[in-house]
Design a protein around this ligand. Structure first.
Ligand SMILES: *[C@@H]1O[C@H](CO)[C@@H](O)[C@H](O)[C@H]1NC(C)=O
Ligand SMILES: [Zn+2]
Length: 397
């Protein structure tokens, strides 16, 4: 078994290397070939026409699902805007400024965080063959996460807290569901500013979307990190003054699909967002480098004011330093915060380390918990701390 998976990993790694250097000819055995049939357990229509935007200021292009997947295999990021072409065309959103962190309760809540539950949760979450958003196992993984959140809520919520919590499993035109967990005060108004914390449920094998994709780092690590933050809010019986929501998005790897659907529904309902933070890759601490949190500053995807506030949270509540970093290469939507930024909401995005030090094993069969001692639940814990601080500081007024 060990040998087999090692051999497989080497083969896929070779395919990935080729993919990143743009050498996969269309129709090669790697990736999606021109005449690829669907595979049992998957539900893609490879001839489906999709409207795809490669950067937030680029003209959208029509292409088939097959071409979309081939672009992904070449390492290109994009938004698939077929179902959400009008995202960002609604009324202008209010701009918030962010007073310095001043909570007296965050420190106490942080004491409830540990690596025990994230480890167990990620062990399970990476046991699916793939969490690809249009596959049966991708759907099963979102069903499991929904059940886990319901179980935490039933088991841990205080009597006063329980009626203030809603947990919703959101159906989409593809197999996998997104999940929205909301804690709102009793007298919440529709106009209250909402604090949003996000991560994505799905994973992908970029070289072969029908292949294995355990997705430990991308983005199992973000998913279980914010789930742990939610667990701590339950244990602490935290009740916000304004609503706080945890979002677990389906279909990020399909072109930010779940987050665009949800951001669109927020926009259509005229909802106000005080700030959105996206956790995508939180576990990798590259050997021989300083342990730090990278604060992403790509201007098209994050808000400068909220990013400065995020830095203040790190300085106040974490004991590792921050460093500013920018996703390199041609501009492309890097994760779900881009959907919210496109809608005009204020966003920020922390990363496990500088991009050059981030987990290079993602997007294939190598993205597992024990790929290397560099995959660290202790490092991930810093992100759960940041999530707790963000949730409480912004929903306490
Ligand atoms: C913290 O700052 C907010 C925003 O300015 C304010 O509304 C709140 O009363 C302050 N809380 C404390 C505990 O000082
Ligand atoms: Zn990701």
């Amino acid at each position: 078994m060990q040998m087999l998976s090692r051999t497989l990993a080497v083969v896929v790694f070779a395919a990935l290397t080729a993919a990143y250097s743009g050498q996969i000819p269309l129709g090669s055995p790697q990736g999606v070939s021109e005449n690829q049939d669907n595979v049992p357990g998957f539900h893609l229509d490879l001839d489906d026409l999709r409207l795809v935007q490669f950067s937030l200021d680029a003209e959208p292009e029509w292409m088939t699902e097959r071409q979309k997947l081939q672009a992904k295999a070449k390492g290109q990021d994009y938004m698939d805007i077929t179902n959400t072409p009008f995202l960002g065309t609604g009324p202008k959103k209010p701009r918030f400024s962010y007073p310095a962190p001043n909570s007296t309760i965050v420190a106490g809540v942080l004491s409830h965080l540990s690596t025990v539950e994230p480890k167990a949760n990620l062990q399970h979450f990476t046991s699916y063959y793939t969490r690809y958003y249009n596959s049966d196992t991708g759907k099963a993984s979102s069903d499991w996460l929904f059940a886990k959140i319901l179980a935490y809520t039933a088991e841990l919520a205080s009597e006063e807290q329980l009626p203030l919590i809603s947990v919703e499993s959101l159906k989409h035109p593809w197999k996998q569901n997104s999940i929205i967990v909301r804690i709102a005060p009793q007298d919440a108004l529709d106009s209250d500013p909402i604090t949003v914390l996000g991560a994505h449920i799905d994973s992908i094998n970029r070289a072969d979307p029908f292949g294995g994709a355990p997705g430990a780092g991308d983005d199992g690590s973000g998913t279980v990190a914010i789930l742990e933050a939610y667990r701590a809010l339950l244990v602490a019986a935290y009740i916000p003054i304004t609503p706080v929501e945890f979002h677990f998005y389906a279909g990020e790897e399909g072109g930010l699909l779940g987050s665009q659907a949800i951001a669109s529904s927020f926009e259509a309902a005229g909802k106000v967002v005080r700030g959105m933070i996206q956790f995508d890759m939180t576990a990798f601490h590259k050997a021989g480098t300083r342990e730090e949190i990278a604060v992403i500053t790509n201007e098209d995807q994050v808000d400068a004011a909220l990013t400065e506030f995020q830095i203040q949270l790190i300085e106040r509540y974490l004991d590792i330093p921050w460093v500013k970093d920018i996703y390199p290469g041609p501009p492309g939507p890097s994760s779900d915060q881009a959907s919210w930024a496109k809608a005009g909401y204020q966003t920020c995005h922390p990363l496990e380390g500088q991009f050059k030090n981030a987990n290079s094993h993602v997007h294939g069969v190598e993205d597992i918990i024990d790929i290397s001692p560099e995959f660290s639940f202790d490092h991930m814990l810093h992100f759960s701390r940041l999530a707790v601080a963000f949730a409480i500081e912004l929903s306490s007024y």
